[in-house]
Design a protein around this ligand. Structure first.
Ligand code: SF4
Length: 278
């Protein structure tokens, strides 16, 4: 029997209560391992976070953070973006990819905000998801980080890790969101999202997780699906945990998202298409 099979068998008869307890233990460990986990998009207002999150589809947060200062200097609010020249917006956001669709979406979104909410971003999920280019994932990011309304972000990392943890078997993001959220107090959902996403970016990689260097090994039914050799596994860690990381990386891990963040992991099956985020 392989290590992965033994790990799966260890949790095969787990009760729902046992699963909830184990999920919360995993969250406590993640909180210790990633004390700086937070939203990696730069923003000052709900409007800025909403636009930045729409722009973050299929690109890295760092690329978005590189264009948003210029974008928000030219168009600081929904009223100014609503009447923006589309070509000018496209040029400002070009490096984020899919810039034509994204420019169309954010200008349309700004018009909807002006027409329906006098330019103010609504703080309700049902209203946010009706805006152009805004899906549940984007809406939960905005609610959790700009309005302090706890929400679970089911992106590619959360979906993958939640299935590896045995928190859900669902591949449908909305169904997965409900199953995962049921395991935790509502107030924990925003930080839980950041911590799981941090773990996915640093240790539990999509193609080859670094199981041999994972602090969740004893609690994970998927332990053994990735690299088990401790030295090899450590060499696979990324950002501030990478063997070559500097003291500055450890002090400001969010900035280290720059060079190698999600871009290297994006593929057609795992990334949300811009138009699909509805
Ligand atoms: S790295 Fe391995 S042990 Fe750690 S959470 Fe991912 S699958 Fe589980």
């Amino acid at each position: 029997m392989t290590v992965a099979e033994k790990s799966a068998r260890k949790f095969a008869k787990e009760t729902p209560l046992g699963r909830t307890r184990r999920a919360r233990k995993i969250h406590r460990i993640l909180a210790e391992v990633y004390p700086n986990a937070k939203c990696e998009l730069d923003f000052e207002t709900p409007f800025q976070l909403l636009i930045a999150t729409v722009l973050s589809a299929q690109t890295t947060d760092i690329r978005v953070n590189a264009v948003t200062p210029g974008l928000f200097a030219a168009f600081p609010d929904a009223h100014s973006l609503a009447v923006a020249n589309l070509i000018e917006v496209e040029e400002l956001i070009r490096s984020t990819g899919f810039y034509r669709a994204k420019a169309r979406n954010i200008v349309k979104l700004a018009n909807e905000l002006v027409d329906e909410y006098d330019g103010v971003v609504p703080n309700r999920l049902d209203k946010l998801v009706k805006l152009a280019g805004v899906g549940r994932k984007t809406a939960n990011v905005v609610l959790g980080n700009a309005f302090d309304t706890p929400g679970l972000t089911v992106d590619t990392h959360m979906g993958r890790l939640a299935r590896r943890f045995g928190w859900t078997e669902e591949t449908d993001p909305v169904k997965a969101e409900h199953e995962i959220a049921a395991l935790f107090p509502k107030r924990d959902l925003t930080l839980l999202s950041h911590r799981v996403i941090f773990h996915g970016r640093r240790i539990c990689h999509s193609r080859r997780p670094a199981c041999g260097a994972c602090p969740l090994a004893a609690l994970c039914p998927s332990f053994g699906i990735g690299e088990l050799d401790p030295d090899k596994a450590r060499s696979m860690l990324r950002f501030e945990m990478a063997p070559e990381a500097t003291v500055a990386d450890a002090a400001a891990p969010e900035s280290s998202n720059a060079a190698t963040s999600d871009a290297s992991e994006l593929d057609a099956s795992e990334s949300d298409a811009v138009e699909n985020d509805r």
